[in-house]
Design a binder for this molecule. Structure first.
Ligand code: NAD
Ligand code: ARG
Length: 702
């Protein structure tokens, strides 16, 4: 027996599965046998008694899980941090464990109420006592970890649990003597796995397969060179013994029904203190403020989801609910992240939602100078479509040329900031880094706006004919308004427009002044002209819908013809091209840009094969747009979406709901998705516009 070692156990006199608080308990209510449980517990007790002293806490009626003493609290030296159970079903255990700790000479620390932490079930010392691995995600809050670091004066490494079967850290992670670790990596998020790999060298990591993990092989008690567990496969046993340990199996099947095994049934109460080491936790906390229709628009949910999904945690400290339908709410939220990196990831997403630091914490943004043309500093802030401001010399300055996926740059001699693509950065530009002193200005999105968005957005696969018609009516109305007010509508279109018979309708829109710029690729122009000149689109007769003999050569002949004339405009001037979309563009001086791609035939002389140049032409034509109609080209629509700032209404039409979702789901109220055939859409749009114009003319003549 290793005489100095002590464990706390609780006999299973009142043990049963009475409720369900973890997936193992499902279907097991009152299905465990008390006799068998008592027998299995005694065997475990005996094994442990052979190697250490076992103290017992008196079992209590009404708290059947008290048998799992690992959850009593966390002990180091003579300090015990008492558990605050997440589930009310186990909260009744707290006073009994507290009493035991006090009666046994421990100084008991209690966490603030509503800050769950489930003791040694979620916190395991490295066997050399150098650090504390602490789990969070299901039962314990990340915010409890700084308290552990402070009270126990130990380095805390936070690990996020992802698989609800492994809801406590000790169900999937077991530090062993000599720096070994028995663990099940899929139970953790990527960041936590990286942290484990940074700290534990590969030869010391004993990775457990799912079948062993499901038998609670990681829920082992390690005393010197023995590892006591419910059960392990031969392969695992071999690997553990190759590492110099002896495995003792003792069946604990009755306790598995409640989601626990050997380690859960014990609490090590003699953890050695390493006086030379001191407390720290990489955990960071920050306050943020959110204002707006937080509940109606779902903003608060989105913000809190961002925090949790990225591996952080939150506390809503203040919530002022706007009581009237039109009044806004505000919230102050404390965000906690396991590391600086995770905090920056969370903060940059919260900034996108319009989050602000509280007034007392607002500071200037951080700038770093570019040292290589076209390369930003590592930590540069990546822009979004939303109007952004940065704080300089205690004032908020609006960033120009807003677009997504850029850096915010100030040239060496100016105090004006603009969005710059990486390739445009120049040595000596100063670039905003980190997340301090940056805010985005978001429109307050009300319940009504959200409903409209949901109504018009048809990504849910329920695009009945009538719903398409309703959306088209709305778009037609806006198109007419924009035209009448001298606004700008930009159309990006793919060749499907022509294949589906939409060419004549789009040409009509150009002719009638509804389009102020056209963006596309080589293909739409080639197919449009092929249809105008030969009546086919990629060799298919557009009237009869059948392939024309030798038709596959048509598009090359068209390309060749335009090449002979030198450009599309010259082909129109020569009187050769007499109708179609490109014809109308040339005739009505509507600028167009054709961005080339690797698969382009020809290409047409107008196709811009220098992609950087093409992106610049697109950006120039998009500037000042009121609406962008994205018609059935994923490629060009995504390109356009990336360079468009918020505030520009985008209408995306595609037959594939996934494409519509991708393009419309930019968190912007201005996006409308229509899942339908683009030819049908254009035909309905033209009909609706004619109806509107006709009504207008009738009204004027009365
Ligand atoms: N001849 C050339 O030089 C040349 C060059 C490039 C591309 N192309 C041709 O262009 C086509 C691809 O164009 P892209 O780059 O824009 O492709 P893309 O895949 O990016 O986009 C096409 C989109 O059209 C959608 N779509 C398909 N049928 C539809 C319908 N009936 N109504 C509405 N949406 C519909 C698809 O879901 C898809 O999202 C291919 O046929 C390709 O061969 C030809
Ligand atoms: N340290 C542990 N993993 N303990 C297991 C606790 C089991 C208990 N039924 C619960 O869900 O809380």
């Amino acid at each position: 027996m290793t005489s100095s070692l002590r464990f706390l156990m609780c006999s299973p006199d009142h043990y049963d599965v009475d409720y369900v608080i973890n997936p193992w308990m499902e279907g097991n209510i009152h299905k465990s046998s008390r006799d068998r449980a008592v027998d299995q517990w005694r065997k475990l007790h005996n094994v442990i008694k052979d190697h250490a002293i076992v103290d017992l806490v008196t079992p209590q009626i009404g708290v059947p899980d008290m048998v799992f003493t690992a959850n009593a609290g966390l002990v180091l030296g003579d300090i015990a941090v008492l558990s605050r159970f997440f589930h009310k079903e186990r909260q009744g255990e707290e006073p009994f464990f507290k009493q035991w700790f006090e009666e046994n000479g421990f100084t008991v620390h209690e966490l603030p109420s509503e800050l769950p932490f489930e003791g040694a079930g979620d916190a395991l010392f490295d066997r050399e006592g150098r650090c504390l691995w602490a789990g969070y995600g299901f039962r314990s809050e990340l915010d409890s970890h700084p308290y552990l670091a402070k009270w126990l004066d130990v380095e805390v490494l936070s690990l996020r649990l992802m698989d609800e079967r492994f809801y406590h850290l000790d169900t999937c992670f077991c530090p062993l003597q000599d720096g070994y670790l028995l663990y099940y990596p899929p139970a953790f998020d990527a960041y936590s796995n990286r942290l484990i790999e940074l700290r534990i060298p590969p030869e010391k990591r004993l990775v457990v397969a799912e079948a062993d993990a499901a038998n609670f092989a990681c829920n082992s008690v390690n005393i010197d060179d023995i590892v006591i567990m419910n059960k392990a496969s031969d392969d695992l046993k071999k690997r553990i013994s190759d590492a110099g340990f002896r495995v003792i199996e003792t069946p604990l099947t009755e306790f598995l029904k409640a989601g626990g095994a050997a380690k859960c049934l014990t609490l090590r109460v003699t953890e050695p203190v390493r006086v030379e080491l001191h407390g720290s936790a990489a955990i960071e906390s920050r306050m943020i403020r959110l204002d707006g229709h937080l509940l109606d628009s779902g903003l608060i949910n989105r913000a809190l989801d961002i925090v949790v999904e990225a591996g952080g945690s939150f506390q809503v400290l203040n919530f002022n609910l706007g009581v009237q339908r039109q009044s806004t709410s505000s919230a102050e939220v404390k965000v906690t992240a396991p590391s600086h990196d995770v905090m920056e990831t969370i903060m940059s997403q919260l900034i996108d939602l319009g989050a602000l630091p509280p007034p007392q914490e607002v500071c200037d943004c951080h700038l770093e100078t570019v040292v290589q043309d076209g390369v930003a500093p590592d930590d540069f802030y990546v822009t979004t479509i939303y109007p952004t401001q940065i704080r300089m010399n205690n004032e908020w300055v609006t960033v120009d040329k807003q677009r997504m996926d850029a850096a915010i740059a100030l040239s060496a001699d100016s105090e004006t900031a603009e969005c710059k693509l990486l390739r445009d950065l120049k040595t000596s530009d100063r670039v905003v880094v980190g997340v301090e002193g940056i805010r985005t200005v978001r429109k307050t999105e009300s319940r009504e706006q959200r409903n409209t968005q949901e109504f018009s957005f048809m990504g849910a696969g329920v695009s009945s004919e009538r719903r398409v018609e309703l959306v088209v009516e709305q778009i037609a109305w806006e198109l007419r308004q924009i035209r009448d007010q001298g606004g700008r509508v930009v159309v990006s279109a793919g060749p499907v427009v022509i294949h589906t018979g939409g060419g004549e309708h789009l040409a009509h829109l150009v002719r009638e002044g509804y389009v102020q710029a056209l963006l596309g690729g080589n293909a739409i122009a080639v197919h449009d002209m092929e249809q105008s000149l030969m009546g086919t689109s990629l060799g298919v007769d557009m009237k009869r819908g059948v392939s024309v003999r030798g038709g596959h050569r048509h598009h090359l002949k068209v390309i060749n013809m335009v090449r002979r004339y030198g450009s599309i405009a010259k082909t129109v001037e020569a009187g050769v091209l007499k109708k179609g979309i490109l014809y109308e563009c040339v005739r009505h001086h509507i600028p167009f840009s054709l961005a080339g791609s690797i698969r382009d035939d020809g290409p047409l002389p107008d196709t811009q094969m220098d992609l950087i140049q093409a992106q610049e032409e697109y950006a120039r034509l998009i500037a000042g747009a009121d609406m962008i109609l994205m018609l059935s080209s994923m490629l060009h629509s995504i390109g356009v979406g990336n360079m468009t700032p918020a505030g520009v209404k985008m209408v995306c039409v595609d037959i594939n709901p996934a494409v519509v979702t991708k393009l419309s789901d930019r968190g912007s109220v201005e996006s409308v998705g229509v899942v339908t055939d683009v030819g049908l859409f254009l035909s309905l749009l033209v009909q609706q516009l004619d109806k509107l114009t006709h009504a207008y003319q009738v009204a004027q003549s009365v």
